[in-house]
Design a binder for this molecule. Structure first.
Ligand code: PMP
Length: 325
């Protein structure tokens, strides 16, 4: 028998999928870790679980308690599922710019949701900072604090990294992914480098994020903007600190959208925006390196979370991003 004990036990152990059209075109093996198949639908289920288990183990989260978090959506969704499964309450602060699908899903799951204007981190009304101050004023509540809580990257060091290593028999040349909190990038990078220091760890960044320039020049200088959600940052989070970064690459939205439609139409994969950045970066690296390399990235969540935006031709047209057919 192979039976998972509830929602929590079903997190992780996702398949590693060969992205056939991109691999065939480049002569590299471009592999995507299918994190959209987690039971809460995204890569963030892993971090949500480790954060809650860590707070329980430290005696911070008690029966009937509330988990408070600032989230672009996916961490909130993972937390809301786990809170239901464990009997906690959940309060999510989310910027109003995030997709309606994620906000609606959070409410359906029973989380209390507060939408707030999207303002930079330096503003005390930023969604992350607000979630921290709200949690500190509540009784029997914890702040998940995914950006600076190292239980986040520990989830990926302990599970995602070892799974990728086992699924490829250690035959990885390049690991590349975009970062939001940095938990996925850092946890997997730290694990893979320990196993084989010659694996190249590359950070993918959307326009409007400061991490690409930080890696290249030491200064986070964001330029431009992106329609992707959940990735990019203007600061180096505690989860990113000390993570190995061999190089960084920037992907424009036009390329991310082209990649998303190729994934849909040629590979049968219906993916969210950050996957366009990840697979766009993996493809660019494959072209740079030449055939014969194995490149691993993350398929973070599904396109169904962005149907009203990325898969709505009218919306794409307003952004000047309608793909050529
Ligand atoms: N893609 C999506 C769609 C996300 O929601 C997130 C998390 N915000 C990421 C990628 C990045 O993951 P991490 O926080 O582990 O860097």
């Amino acid at each position: 028998m192979d039976i998972k004990s509830g929602f929590i036990d079903a997190i992780g152990n996702t398949p590693l999928i060969r992205l056939n059209s991109f691999s065939d075109e480049t002569g590299c093996e471009i592999l995507g870790k299918a994190e959209f198949l987690n039971p809460g639908g995204s890569v963030k289920d892993r971090a949500a679980l480790y954060i809650i288990q860590d707070a329980e183990a430290k005696g911070l989260l008690k029966p009937g308690g509330t988990v408070v978090e600032g989230s672009a959506g996916n961490t909130g969704i993972g937390l809301a599922h786990i809170c239901n499964a464990k009997g906690y309450k959940c309060l999510i602060i989310i910027p109003e710019t995030q997709s309606q699908e994620k906000i609606d899903l959070l409410r359906t799951l029973g989380a209390e949701v507060r939408t707030v204007p999207a303002v930079p981190y330096k503003d005390p009304n930023n969604y992350v900072r607000l979630s921290g101050s709200i949690a500190s004023e509540m009784e029997n509540a914890i702040w998940a604090n995914q950006f600076d809580n190292l239980a986040n990257r520990q989830a990926h060091y302990a599970t995602t990294g070892p799974e990728i290593w086992a699924q490829t028999d250690g035959k990885v040349d390049v690991w590349v992914t975009a970062t939001g909190t940095g938990g996925t990038y850092a946890g997997v990078s730290l694990f893979l480098k320990e196993k084989n220091p010659s694996i190249q760890c590359v950070l993918a960044d959307p326009m409007g994020s400061g991490l690409y320039s930080y890696v290249k020049t030491g200064e986070p200088n964001p330029e431009g903007s992106s329609i992707t959600e959940g990735i990019g940052n203007s600061r180096v989070t505690d989860n990113m600190k000390g993570a190995p970064v061999d190089d960084a690459t920037q992907v424009h939205d036009t390329e991310a959208v082209r990649v998303l439609y190729q994934l849909l139409e040629k590979d049968g994969l219906f993916m969210g925006g950050s996957v366009g950045i990840n697979v766009g970066a993996a493809t660019a690296l494959a072209k740079q390196l030449g055939p014969g390399h194995t490149i691993v990235t993350i398929l973070c969540d599904s396109g169904s979370r962005y149907q009203s935006k990325l898969f709505n031709r009218d919306w794409l047209a307003t952004k000047g991003l309608l793909p050529h057919r």
